[in-house]
Every structure is written in C-alpha cells, then in structure tokens.
Ligand binder design. Structure first.
Ligand SMILES: Cc1cc2nc3c(=O)[nH]c(=O)nc-3n(C[C@H](O)[C@H](O)[C@H](O)COP(=O)(O)OP(=O)(O)OC[C@H]3O[C@@H](n4cnc5c(N)ncnc54)[C@H](O)[C@@H]3O)c2cc1C
Length: 558
C-alpha cells in the first residue's frame, strides 16, 4: 500500500472528523462516488448514548435509498412503525387528552404521497449502529474509533490533520477535510468560524429511561406526548413504547448540575408526568444541554468544510437537526468527488455554502419559532389547569390553541420543497410540498412500472453523473463521464400523474444533478442540443464532454 505522502493530492483520502450520523453518511456517499475516506471518531467506540433524533424525514430516507442502503431493513428496526405518526397533548400521559397533531398529512393517500419513503420514527443510536454496519462493509471507508481531531494545517494541494489516537498523536494527509464533529465542533473552533444566532434559547435536560408503557399508552400511541399539567410539565419521546423513552421536563433552572438530578428525583418527575406511580422505571442517562438556534458564519475555510450540527444547531422542535445534516453531506459528496476526479472545476465547491447555509437558516427559524410558540401553549395550559379539571370553555380555548402548532409537526414543504439557487429558496408553504421542475428543486417522485418492477422516478437517476431524462431515445446525444441518458417510459407506465411526463412526451428534457435536484429543463425538443446541455453542465464547472459512446439503459437495474 502507498504511504499517504507518496500519493498525489487526488489520491489522498477525504478526512471526515466525527463518526456521528452525518460523518458516517458522508463517508458512505463518498464511497458511492468511488472516493476513499477516513472517519475519525473520538469515542472508542461511540458508546450507546441517550437517543436524540428519532424522526427521519422523507428526504433523509430518499438519500439513504439513493445510497443503496436497505431502507426496508431500517423500517424493520423501528419498533411499532405502525404506531400513529402524531403528537398528543395531555394533562399527563395517562390523563385527559386535549388533541393531537399529525406528523404526516392525514388527507394524503399513501399511493399518492410525494415521496417513496414516508417518515420513520427510529431512535438515533439504532440508526447509527445501522450506518456503522454499512461503513464496516464499505471497502473505501476506514473508521478509526478513539481518534480525536486536534488541529490541521493546510497545504496548497491538501490538508494535514493532527489526530490524537490511542497510542499517541500523529499527522495524516488528506485531500479535503469535513468537520462533522457535532455542535461543539473542534474543527469549527480550529478554523475560527463563528456561529450566528441565539446561543442559549433555554436549558434542557434529557432523561433517557427504560419502561414498558404499553399499558399506560393503551389505544393512544404517538411519537410525542406533551404533558401540560402545571406540576409535571414536559415532553415524552416514544422511541419504543415497550422499552425506550426520553422525558424532557419543561421547568429546569438556568444553571444546574447532573448531581441536582439524582435517579430517584428523575423517576419521581417521570411518574408525575405519567400520572401513574406504579410504573417500574430504569434511568439510563441524564444529559443536561443548552438549546441553541445558530448557523455557522461560513461552511468552508480553504480545504475544510463543516456539515451537520458542526454547521448548525437547532432547537429539536421540528426534528430538523440530523435531517438537515444528512442533506449537507448529500450536497457536498458529489461535488468533492467530481473535483477530486478532475471532472469539475474547484469553484463548484463554493456552491456548498451558498446552497446549504440558507436551508439551515430556514430550518433554524422554523425550529426556533416552534420552540417559542410552545411558551404560549404552556402559559395557557397553566391558566386553564390551575384549579384541576378545566371547564368546557377553557378546554375549548386550549384545543383551539393547538391549531397554531400544526406546522411544528407537519413540515413536508420544508423537508422536500427547498430549491437551490442562486438564490436558494424555501417553500411557499412550510407544511405542504409543491412539486416543481424549476432549476434547483428536488426532482418530483412518482411510482411507475419498469422492467416488471415498481420503482420511483427517483430510482431512475444516475448517482455519480448528471442524468438527462428524455421521452425517446436521442439521436444526437451521447453519454459521457458526466452525463447519463435516461429514457423515461410514457405516462401509461405511471401509477400517478408525474409533473415531467407532459414535458418529456413533447420532446423536452430534464437535466438532474447527481443529488436529485433539477439542473435545467427544456420544454422544446429543438432546444435539447449537445451545446445547450454542455452549457448547463458548464454552469456547474463540469466539462461539456458529451461525445463518449452511448450507453442507453435498456431497463431498470436495481
Ligand atoms: C432530544 C433531541 C431530539 C432530537 N430529535 C431530532 C429529530 O427527531 N430529527 C432530527 O433530524 N434531529 C433531531 N435532533 C438533533 C440530532 O440529534 C442532531 O442534529 C444530530 O445528532 C447531529 O448529527 P451530527 O453527526 O452532525 O453530530 P453528532 O451526532 O453530535 O456527532 C458528532 C460526532 O463527532 C464526534 N466528535 C466530536 N469532536 C470530535 C473530535 N475532536 N474528533 C473526533 N470526533 C469528534 C462525537 O463524539 C460524535 O460522535 C434531536 C436532538 C435532541 C437533543
């Protein structure tokens, strides 16, 4: 094996700091692009921690699907995936329910959903162990556990990282470095990149416990329970109703210590919020943390990038943190690979910040607004429930207030409807996704039959190259290192109307980036020329080379 110093810059691995979900997805995506990476994770290994994220949204799951990982197996890991995708608002978990809000639009027929991958409630440690298994099988990824990033130096053609390993500190060369090392990122600090926004929204404590609450839940399953009783306020997250729960009490002091929350106190708080003194509870972790709403001022300094929580810290109200981080990795991986392959100009990498930072700002604002609105709900509940059972008029006021929180849980527009710029745009309605073929938008999904299989239009896309989607086999166009030609069946093959079908039937074409976002759209057959396609590719810094041998996909190969 070549020593790292004898390799050319393009042969050097990408150094990924942080073996959390974003770092692991980053490494897997780079491997899919044929690029080697080394992941440095300071923990030996990252021991099972309190579960944090649980809602994997459709876009994250679409990215996993594109990565070729078995999303069906992930769904099997999620206990009670059939349980209601909703949040309930109650006095206590066993008390009176005031209402519930859906995480998926209940009016939407599953067959007509805008995604092949509906939302999944999967505890973060389970997701991470699944990703680690994929990484261990990936020949191009090396995971170094117990290796901590301490600093780096930039060279003209690479970066040298200082890593503290189990037997001492060493230096290692890489082509580029990605800091996916979480909210208190050492990479970000080393680069001197400041955060913008609100550093301290409110102190929080996560109490991770094990209990079988199926009897208490009964016929009221949910992902989240908001407990409004003034003496026991807080939120339950149901990772696994029969075993794994988190309780985050609403009322915690500005300053506190883990010692202020001995296990016995935590058990009492949980029992009060359950409204049931008899439940057996085992406390697993008690983690104090500060809720922040911040985005990094810059996503890049020279050959180093930030991704995930290293680049943005959201309140968890909205479930955007991990999901946004996975999209960061998805946006960056194909660009890094194309630059390393010498297929694209290095200027392509500038678009990572200009495309992803605005999305993080949108999601920060929504998460913060959700968190702030809850203050009003809890204040009203305190008034209404001060004397025990509320009268009907007060109860109606509380139920009416819940309507203002609908967009906290329903955010399909934000999950799927952002479009890359310039300028990057948010959806018209954060709750609803509007399919679009506009440049920058995610190419819309529809189910169709091809080669005897039921597939999504998203499955038609090439993962390494731009895909040119056409209605008929082209004469004048050729595949190349940057361009895949995809002939899409006519509307008769589709189970549901697809926005692009009329365009393709009329001889138009859709050029889609390797990350599934539309690069260009031509309504007119005469406009679909090698020159026009070359110009569209050149806008991303890619060579216009469309003259290689044609390889038309005869049928879908899974
Ligand atoms: C209660 C709660 C609920 C949440 N719910 C959701 C949800 O439903 N959906 C959602 O999308 N998000 C949710 N989140 C947010 C989500 O947990 C985070 O956004 C996610 O963990 C970020 O992943 P990451 O890989 O960027 O960072 P992390 O998960 O923090 O991983 C970073 C890794 O880097 C390692 N590291 C740190 N420093 C170094 C170093 N110097 N050298 C080497 N390694 C280092 C760390 O050990 C860690 O393993 C929730 C958060 C909380 C607290």
């Amino acid at each position: 094996m070549m020593s790292s110093t004898s390799m050319t810059a393009a042969e050097q691995p990408v150094l990924v700091v942080g073996g959390g979900p974003v770092g692991l997805v980053m490494a897997l995506l780079l491997a899919q692009h044929g690029r080697r990476s080394i992941v440095f994770e300071r923990r030996p290994p990252r021991e099972s921690s309190a579960p944090k994220a649980h809602v994997l949204n459709p876009r994250s799951l679409e990215i996993c699907r594109a990565l070729g990982v078995d999303v069906t197996a992930m769904r099997r890991m999620a206990p009670h995936a059939d349980h209601a995708n909703c949040a309930r608002f109650m006095t206590t978990l066993t008390g009176t329910e005031f209402g519930r809000l859906p995480l998926v639009d209940p009016a939407q027929q599953p067959a007509l959903a805008p995604t092949p991958e509906p939302l999944l409630n999967l505890a973060q440690p389970l997701f991470e162990s699944f990703l680690r298994e994929q990484v261990q099988r990936a020949a191009l990824v090396e995971l170094r556990l117990g290796h901590r990033f301490v600093g780096c130096t930039e060279r003209s053609d690479g970066v040298v990282a200082d890593i503290e390993g189990p037997v001492g500190t060493y230096r290692i060369d890489g082509a580029w470095l990605v800091g996916a090392d979480g909210a208190n990122s050492a990479v970000r600090e080393h680069l001197g990149i400041a955060m913008e926004g609100v550093p301290a929204v409110r102190p929080r404590i996560t109490i991770h416990f094990e209990a079988d609450l199926s009897a208490q839940v009964g016929d009221r399953p949910a992902i989240l329970y908001w407990v409004l009783d003034p003496s026991a306020r807080g939120t339950f997250i149901a990772y696994d109703i029969r075993r794994t729960w988190v309780f985050t009490p609403r009322d915690v002091p500005e300053c506190f210590d883990r010692a202020d929350y001995p296990d016995a106190r935590c058990v009492d708080m949980i029992r009060a919020a359950l409204g049931d003194d008899s439940v057996e509870i085992t406390i697993r972790h008690v983690v104090p943390w500060m809720m922040a709403a911040q985005v990094a001022q810059a996503y890049r300094a020279g050959r180093c990038f930030l991704a995930g929580d290293a680049a943005h810290r959201f309140p968890p109200t909205g479930g955007f943190g991990l999901n946004t981080g996975i999209q960061d990795a998805h946006n960056l991986a194909w660009k890094l690979a194309a630059v390393l392959d010498g297929r694209a100009d290095v200027a392509l990498l500038d678009s990572y910040e200009s495309e992803r930072q605005p999305v993080a700002r949108l999601n920060t604002d929504r998460s913060l607004a959700n968190a702030q609105k809850l203050t009003g709900l809890f204040a009203l509940a305190e008034e209404v429930l001060a004397d025990g059972a509320p009268d009907p008029a007060q109860q109606d006021a509380l139920v009416a207030e819940l309507e203002h929180h609908r967009e906290h849980f329903l955010s399909e527009g934000l999950q799927l409807g952002f479009a890359y710029g310039p300028p990057t745009r948010g959806p018209a309605d954060p709750m609803r996704y509007e399919p679009s073929l506009a440049p920058g938008a995610r190419m819309p999904h529809a189910w169709l039959a091809l080669g005897g299989q039921r597939i999504s239009t998203l499955d038609l896309l090439d993962r390494q190259r731009f895909s040119l989607l056409l209605g008929t086999a082209p004469h004048a166009l050729r595949e190349s290192a940057n361009l895949a030609l995809v002939v899409v069946p006519g509307a008769a093959a589709f189970e549901q109307p697809w926005l692009a079908s009329p365009l393709l039937a009329a001889g138009g074409a859709l050029l889609v980036r390797p990350d599934g976002h539309v690069a260009a759209c031509w309504a007119d057959a005469a406009a679909v020329t090698p020159e026009a396609i070359g110009q569209a590719l050149a806008r991303f810094g890619f060579a216009a080379d469309t003259a290689a041998t044609p390889v038309l996909p005869a049928e879908f190969v899974p």
